[in-house]
Design a protein around this ligand. Structure first.
Ligand code: ZN
Length: 565
């Protein structure tokens, strides 16, 4: 699963151009691309030894093959269209190429994924290129019934595509290592070669196991090796998420994240996770709802991204991810959270700082800082692990997720945000976090500005819904103040009590599995009030996300891509 930090407002640009079946002009294409602010992503490689540096270059080259596989996975015409666009030197052709590369296809990555150039399907295909374009959902299901169990398991598996037999036209299963053989064999050779370069045994083992998986589609051992990775180079490469298979959610897209571990920040996170039981024991809820023994915490790595590819680099950029998805690995090893610190920093600079100039009074803007933003995202992730999960309702064992049904995600996201604030305040109060009152002011002010970033998600999505709930609650408690000029301020005399009260309210609803109370709270508070919507409208010229420029990767290994800039 992955966390993106995105927003879905400000998508009106395409509407005018697309209504009459015309396609966006050069100017319009440039405006669409500008929703993704070009941002340099760099990381310090000076501390790597010579072997790791050689390995790093090979991993970047292998990741460029992941881009090629991903293009092929999204649409059968993608690779041909890409090479055709590269030959078109006209301003229109170059603008199309630029947007194609951001989106990794001819459909705009925001809104409803409409085509921005002619000669392609009008919308992104729900089954992408995992299934034949002319296959229907019932057609697949009917065929599935006719298959023996092992073949049916392969047909619905992560690592196969469905094709039509060229002679008989019936459906058949083709494994990834066959379908993408030429790319995967080259990528496997690069991983093998990088494995001989590095002196780190955990990295070497992962690269060898993953290279083997590329040519036999058995990813289990390499997923386990990835969980054990303890190396300055933190790499994630392979088929993982199934979001792009909108037909069934079976098929995994290839992606890559080549990163360097940030040891100081990773240390800080481990320190926080060791204090989780202490925070749990002091949660502002009835003591009988506290968990006296939290389970083992999953490892967290803070990293800086050098390069990302494929499913890891199209449209809105990934800010953090939690992998693997294979339940067998999770049962044995748990899962690992990876926080992409420099990506979050880039989003902070390109979206949160401009947002803060609109939503905060001038005097408060200096209090918006990256450390508070990043630390709160971390605290949010850790807060998902505390509070009620497995609960008893009328003497019956159940879970919060089951009891709260479709309102669970919004309540749980709001809980993670506000409990994150509670946790950090607890750390301030107990000398775990330094900085005193000025640091506390930075935390709450950054959280206020960041609320608008999340509200741009729209309130149909769990994070946005959960944020609307919090924002209105804080307004009603007087912790946030709406000013006549359309800006908002924190009342520092009231915000701590509001955080405790809302943490209490949400966690009590969860502990009691109180679906009715959850629904009522969201109905009343998960709305955009006029005072908020007026300010949200003033954010429409601010970019939605970033377009990463991989400056460190380019220095280490200049790409041959004929990309426009
Ligand atoms: Zn969350």
């Amino acid at each position: 699963m992955r966390l993106v930090i995105l927003s879905l407002l400000a998508l009106g640009i395409m509407d005018s151009a697309m209504q009459a079946q015309s396609y966006p002009s050069t100017t319009e294409l440039k405006q669409m691309a500008a929703q993704f602010a070009p941002t340099r992503l760099a990381a310090d490689v000076s501390r790597l030894d010579a072997g790791d540096r050689r390995a790093l270059v090979k991993l970047i080259v292998a990741s460029r093959l992941i881009d090629d596989i991903f293009l092929e996975q999204m649409w059968s015409g993608n690779l041909a269209l890409y090479s055709q666009l590269k030959k078109d030197a006209s301003p229109l052709g170059q603008a199309r190429l630029h947007l194609f590369w951001i989106c990794k296809g001819p459909w705009y990555a925001l809104g409803d994924h409409r085509a921005f150039l002619p000669g392609v399907p009008a919308h992104k295909l729900p089954g992408a290129n995992f299934y034949p374009a002319n296959m229907t959902k019932p057609g697949f299901e009917k065929w599935l019934q006719t298959l023996p169990k092992t073949t049916a398991d392969q047909a619905t598996g992560f690592f196969t595509v469905i094709r039509r037999n060229p002679k008989m036209q019936q459906l058949e299963v083709v494994p990834y290592h066959t379908e993408y053989a030429s790319f995967l064999q080259r990528a496997a050779a690069l991983l093998e070669s990088a494995a001989t370069d590095t002196a780190n045994t955990t990295l070497r083992r992962f690269l060898r196991e993953r290279a083997a998986a590329f040519v036999n589609d058995d990813y289990f051992r390499s997923d386990v090796a990835w969980m054990d990775l303890d190396s300055p180079i933190e790499i994630t490469i392979g088929p993982y998420e199934t979001y792009n298979d909108e037909l069934f959610g079976y098929k995994a897209s290839f992606e890559s994240y080549v990163c360097l571990r940030d040891d100081a920040e990773t240390e800080k996170v481990q320190h926080f996770s060791q204090l989780l039981q202490q925070v749990e024991n002091n949660l502002p809820i009835d003591p009988r709802y506290r968990n006296p023994k939290l389970g083992a915490t999953t490892p967290i790595r803070v990293v800086n991204e050098i390069f990302s590819a494929g499913d890891g680099n199209h449209g809105v950029q990934t800010a953090a991810f939690n992998l693997p998805n294979d339940e067998r690995v999770i049962a044995q090893k748990g899962s690992k959270k990876v926080m992409l610190k420099n990506v979050q920093h880039a989003k902070f600079d390109s979206t949160l700082i401009p947002i803060s100039t609109v939503v905060l009074p001038a005097a408060a803007r200096a209090d918006v800082d990256f450390d508070s933003f990043f630390t709160h995202i971390l605290a949010h992730e850790l807060s998902h692990g505390i509070g009620p999960h497995e609960i008893g309702v009328n003497g019956r064992a159940t879970s919060v997720r089951l009891q709260l049904k479709e309102v669970y995600s919004a309540i749980e996201e709001a809980k993670a945000d506000v409990t994150g604030l509670f946790m950090l305040q607890y750390f301030f109060d107990h000398g775990v976090l330094p900085g005193g009152e000025p640091a506390e002011h930075r935390l709450y002010t950054t959280y206020l500005a960041s609320a608008f970033r999340t509200l741009r998600f729209g309130i149909t999505e769990a994070h946005g819904r959960g944020m609307a709930l919090q924002f209105n609650y804080f307004l009603d408690q007087g912790a946030f103040l709406a000013r006549p000029d359309g800006t908002f301020a924190v009342d520092f005399t009231k915000v701590k009590a509001a955080v405790r009260n809302l943490t209490h309210l949400l966690m009590t609803i969860e502990a009691e599995g109180n679906y009715g109370a959850a629904q009522k709270l969201l109905d009343q508070n998960a709305v955009i009030r006029p005072v908020v919507s007026r300010t949200l409208e003033r954010l429409h010229t601010i970019p939605v996300d970033i377009e990463p420029l991989f400056v460190t990767a380019e220095e280490l290994s200049p790409s041959q891509r004929n990309r426009s800039r």
